[in-house]
Write a protein that binds this ligand. Structure first.
Ligand code: ADP
Ligand code: GLC
Length: 477
């Protein structure tokens, strides 16, 4: 089968969050399984500079909000996946992917309409024509509408990585999109009088997937559906939750070049050195027999960063340390800065994006704190487990599907799940501190997490099943 992915991010050079990692891994996993796979992304500054894409002579004409403009096609190849970068510098040659300093660029509508329309235009030229276009998140949410409006014989799958971001615009913007009037209706892009890109994709795609089975359930409830629960319920039969994996080669503590020392199950001395190196790098006073908690996160309330800040003083009274790497909401960043200044030897907060440091936190911290209020899947808890850092996570979404609760009797389990509340986080920290004093159990939990296969093995057949269900519909493919 021929599958074309469309997304805004691609690790490592155009990355904001887990979407980038998934785009760097899932298409390759499908290619390895024998499919013809390609990926279209905007040619962000980071991608152009990466040297992975080369400029071609091909230009496509894209009917956009500001009239027809051309996009130069750049090409590359990674792990059997054909990469296409759409060059249009006024839209994509920018420092950020979505915005800067926590503020979105003001022209999201124009940029992402161009991307979606451009990707569909490209899909017409790619040889062979894709059977399926898989659209990822709201930025490319117009793809199913264009595919249908143009009558292309291509099926679309909408993959929701985060329902919290939907791309809402005024109804007056609709006429700028060049779509038939009928698309602005409850079965299409219209949502309570406004235009909503993600809703449009959910409603119009031939199938909908999201990134964990628990999240697929949660988002059909009013409480967790971000307003779209009814739209999702209406598509329940075509909605599948497929758990993300991680790239087990890219994320391997036995080979990771960002670490001071490497380590693996059965040979953990390197991890002890990584821990000491992390304390040093972050300017922390040695933890004196107490654990280090780590966080690597976009700084948002959804990620429960405020809950972590609220727990800091109690954690410190009990001797723990906290190391945080993240960027995002200026208010949360400010609170982190304040706490780090107040307790410079016990709390370290690095604001910004730093892939190497992220890896050193997974490899050096004892526990990974992730009290997300909402978590479609989450990859960092899997990276932590892979690197021997025990996760203390909220009992939601993909965290529930990946972190198995430690059970003393059976000696099974990879971490702790708690409620995403102040009390829940306090309870999680208490459990971590208690287990810390039981080294045999600590080792067992660690080993469980490190020995698990977190790869894409089971996701591939699950996606294939979704594609096949579309292929078997009459009149398609
Ligand atoms: P989300 O996509 O919601 O942010 P995920 O856990 O799926 O959450 O993925 C986050 C990805 O971004 C991981 O690869 C994580 O290591 C990375 N990441 C997040 N914040 C930072 C940061 N400040 N510096 C480096 N990497 C980061
Ligand atoms: C989103 C979600 C995260 C998920 C990632 C990749 O950014 O917030 O939970 O892991 O997408 O699917």
């Amino acid at each position: 089968m021929n599958i074309l992915f469309v997304a805004t991010e691609l690790a490592p050079h155009a990355k904001v969050g887990g979407l980038a990692d998934v785009m760097a891994a899932l298409p390759q996993a499908l290619a390895k399984a024998g499919h013809g796979v390609s990926l279209v992304v905007p040619l962000h500054r980071g991608l152009r500079r990466s040297g992975e894409f080369r400029r071609t002579e091909r230009e496509i004409e894209v009917p956009g909000v500001e009239g027809v403009k051309s996009a130069r096609v750049w090409e590359g190849e990674r792990g059997g996946v054909a990469l296409f970068g759409l060059e249009r510098d006024e839209f994509f040659d920018r420092e950020g992917v979505y915005g800067e300093g926590g503020v979105d660029y003001p022209d999201s509508l124009v940029r992402f309409q161009f991307l979606a329309r451009g990707a569909v235009e490209l899909a017409r030229y790619v040889e062979p024509t894709p059977d399926v276009i898989q659209v990822n998140d709201w930025h490319v949410g117009l793809v199913p509408a264009y595919v249908k409006a143009l009558g292309l014989p291509i099926r679309t799958v909408c993959t929701v990585h985060n329902l919290g971001y939907q791309g809402e615009f005024s109804h007056t913007d609709f006429e700028k999109l060049g779509l038939p009037e009928g698309v602005f209706r409850p079965e299409g892009l219209e949502f309570y009088g406004k235009m909503n890109f993600l809703k449009g994709a959910i409603a119009m795609a031939d199938a909908v997937t999201t990134v964990s089975p628990s999240y697929a359930q949660e988002i059909q409830d009013q409480e967790r559906g971000h307003g779209l629960h009814e739209v999702l319920r209406a598509r329940a039969k075509q909605l599948t939750g497929i758990l993300n994996g991680i790239d087990m080669v890219e994320w391997n503590p036995a080979k990771d070049g960002a670490l001071k020392n490497n380590f693996k199950v059965g040979s953990m001395a390197g991890r002890v050195e990584c821990r000491a190196a992390l304390e040093k790098e972050m300017g922390l006073e040695p933890a004196n027999g107490k654990p280090i908690f780590g966080m690597v996160t976009r700084m948002t309330r959804d990620k429960g960063v405020d809950l972590a800040w609220g727990e800091v003083e109690r954690l410190l009274r009990r001797g723990g340390r906290l190391v945080v790497l993240g960027a995002g909401d200026p208010v949360l960043e400010e609170e982190g800065r304040r706490l780090a200044q107040l307790y410079p030897k016990q709390v370290a907060v690095r604001l910004g994006y730093d892939e190497g440091l992220a890896r050193r936190i997974f490899a050096g911290a004892d526990f990974f704190l992730m009290p997300s209020r909402s978590e479609p899947c989450g990859l960092t808890q899997m990276y932590s487990m892979r690197y021997g850092c025990i996760p203390v996570v909220a009992d939601v979404g993909g965290l529930r599907d990946t972190v198995q609760e430690w059970d003393k009797k059976t000696e099974k389990g990879t971490g702790f799940r708690v409620l995403p509340t102040a009390e829940g986080v306090a309870a999680g920290v208490d459990r971590a501190l208690a287990i810390w004093d039981e080294p045999a159990m600590m080792n067992e939990i660690r080993r469980n997490g490190m020995s698990k296969d977190w790869g894409w093995g089971s996701a591939v057949p699950a996606y294939e099943k979704v594609y096949q269900s579309l292929a078997s519909k009459p009149g398609r493919f």
